[in-house]
Design a protein around this ligand. Sequence first.
Ligand SMILES: *Cc1c(COP(=O)(O)O)cnc(C)c1O
Length: 475
Amino acid sequence: MVVEIDMEPTQQQREQLRQLPSMTNLLDDATVKSWLVDNPRTLVVSALDRAIENARQNVIDSGMPADLAAIIDDARTILQTRAASSIRRVINATGVVLHTGLGRAPLSDAAVKAVTECASGYCNLEFDLESGARGRRVNHVASLLCELTGAEAATVVNNNAAATLMILNTVAQGKGVIVSRGELVEIGGSYRLPDMMRASGAQLCEVGTTNRTRITDYENAIDDNIAALMRVHTSNYRVVGFTQAVEIEELAALGRKHKLPVIDDLGSGALFDLTSIGMGEEPNVRASINAGADLVCFSGDKILGGPQAGIIVGSKNWIDHIERNPLMRTYRVGKMTLAALEATLQNYRDETQAIESIPSLAIMSAPLEALQQRAETLHRMLIKKLPDEDFQVTKAKSAVGGGSYPGRELETFCVTWQPKNKTIDETLKQLRTGTPAVVARAQRERILFDIRTISEKDHRSLADCITSVNNECSM
Ligand SMILES: *Cc1c(COP(=O)(O)O)cnc(C)c1O
C-alpha cells in the first residue's frame, strides 16, 4: 500500500516508525506461531502486513505509537474478517414471512436434503438414466408441475421476472400486449412491468383507468398489432373503493374469440386454495389454468415456499415456443434449484403434508396459541439469563411480505426488550453483526422479536445472542 504523506514526518514520528515491530519480530511471536497451525502462512503474513501498515498510518495521522500486542490484535481481526463468509445465516425476528432481504422462503428439510445430495457430487441433471441419452433438465419437475396445476406443459427459469420476460419476448416481440392501467405493478424497486415489457421487445398497450377496467376496454384495443392479452396480479397493493377489474375467465374468453394468447402473471403462485389455512386471498394457479389462461407464471420462492425460480405453466404449444427461444439458455436454472424445487413440489401432492412440511406455509398458518406458548418459552429463557433486563411478551401484527397479501396482518406474539445499558439503534446493530446475525425491529423504544419467524430450534442461540449483546460494552 502506498501511503501519501502530505507533511514530512516529525523527528518524533520518525523515531516511532523506526520502533514498529518488523515482520520477523511478529512471526517470532508465540501467538502468531499458533495461528500458523490452522491458517496458510501467506494469509497470516498478509494480515500482519496490513496490521503493520495500519500502525504506520496511525503514527503518521495521529502520532499514536502501536505496541506489538496491539498490532497482533489488529492482525487477528483482519485474519478473522477475511476468513468469515459474507453471506451467512440470519435469525429472522422481523415476523415478515417472505422477507426478500433475508432470502424469502426457508426450504423444507426434504428440499435441503435434495440440494445437498445433488450439490456434493454428480447428478442426472441433463441425462436420461433409462436410455443413457442426453435429457432435458426441466423434465425433473415438468410433469409434477402439470399434475399440480392441471396444465398441459411447464418450464422453469431463474425467477418470475425472467418468466415474464421470456413469455413476452416469445409471444409478443415487436408487437403489442394489452394490460389494464390498474395492474402496472412495481415489485421491490427494480421490477416495473412497463420496463420489463420494453426490455422484452414487446409494446405495452394500456387500457382502462387506475381503478376501473372493463372487458370492452380490452376488446376495443385489439387490432392487428396486438399479440397477447395480459393480466398481472396486483401482488403488493390493492385498489379499493369504486373499482372494477376483468376476471381471468372473461379475459380468456376474449382471447379465444380473437385467437390471442392470454398471459396471467400471478406473482406468488399458491398451488392450492389456501383458504384452508386462512390465507385464501391469493389466486391459485390451477384456477387460472381452469379459467383458460394460455400461459401462467409465478415465483418459486414466494407463497410456494421453494427455491428462487420462475415457473411457467400453460399450453404445450406456447411452452414449446418458449423453450426454443434462444434467450431460454440465459435464464436456465441450475441443479440445486431443480433439486430443491422437485422436493418442494413432491410435498404439494398432499395438501396436509404441504402445510406441515413447507416452512413458509407452516409459518403463515401457525395458530396464535402456539405462537403465544413459544413467546413465553423464549421469555422465560431470557429472564433466567438476564434477570435485570426488561423483557415482556406482547401481542403484535406480522406481515407476509415478499410481494403478497398486501395490507394483510397476521396476529402474532413478540418478546420485547428495552435494554437498560444502551440505545435501541446500538443494540439492533450489535444484534445484526453478531453470529448468527439477528434482524429485529423496534417500536416505541422497545426491540421486538416476532416469534412467528423464529424457528423453535433457534431459541437457544437467539437467547445467547441477546445475552452476549447485552454484555458487550457500549461503542
Ligand atoms: C414478485 C413478482 C414478480 C417478480 O418475481 P421474482 O420471482 O421476484 O422475480 C413479477 N410479477 C409479479 C406480479 C410479482 O408479484
